[in-house]
Write a protein that binds this ligand. Structure first.
Ligand code: ZN
Ligand code: ZN
Length: 209
């Protein structure tokens, strides 16, 4: 009995506690599970992202076996499970690809750029940094190629995994994302203003890289 009748608050802590957190890849070393764990859920609002990530975490996620029809353009080009809009429709309509809430109401997680978009961005940035000295240009390209760590609720599970498999390469566990155009432009601006080398080292996340 957790509490007395009519008394919804209890003072003792819960009896059963898991000593270790649930790990979805403890008995499942398949490539699919690995891929799912590093999936970047995007084009959806934060709530829907949480829902989808919960499904992944507790092995409830069912990937699509074939592309699904987009409810807006009627094309069979949805590749992500639980989405009702395709990538381009979601971006165009500026709504969550799952619950269809408007971007003005909820914040929508921006999708990872396609390799084409990434290439275009790189070309644009290379043009912008032409005026910078060689050393800064190289620092910028390192920054761009390195990307950033994914910092959201998934981190806690990622940390646990890293603690257990320290010997394994950490890079396969930590998710990384390319920087956004805005972040890159800010970086260029900072590089233009700064003249200290130390600046770049303080940015490195591991401290030893
Ligand atoms: Zn569509
Ligand atoms: Zn949503």
């Amino acid at each position: 009995m957790s509490s007395q009748r009519g008394n919804s608050s209890r003072t003792r802590s819960q009896k059963h506690k898991n000593r270790t957190a649930f790990k979805n890849d403890l008995h499942d070393k398949t490539l699919l599970q690995k891929k799912l764990n590093s999936l970047h859920v995007s084009e959806v609002c934060q709530h829907c992202k949480d829902v989808i990530e919960w499904k992944i975490k507790y092995k409830k996620y069912k990937p699509l076996s074939q592309p699904r029809t987009c409810t807006r353009c009627q094309q069979r080009n949805i590749t992500k499970a639980y989405h009702v809009l395709c990538r381009s429709c979601a971006l165009e309509a500026r709504v969550c690809a799952k619950c269809l809430k408007d971007a003005q109401e909820v914040e929508i997680v921006t999708p990872q750029p396609t390799s084409e978009e990434q290439l275009k961005l790189k070309v644009e940035m290379e043009r912008l940094i032409k005026s910078l000295p060689e050393r800064k240009r190289r620092a910028f390209m390192r920054y761009m190629d390195k990307g950033k760590k994914l910092t959201d609720l998934d981190q806690s599970s990622a940390e646990q995994v890293t603690n257990d498999v320290k010997s394994n390469e950490e890079s396969c566990v930590v998710k990384r994302l390319p920087h956004t155009r805005k972040e890159l432009l800010e970086k260029i601006e900072m590089l233009q203003l700064s003249d200290a080398d130390e600046y770049f080292d303080s940015e490195s996340e591991t401290g030893s890289a």
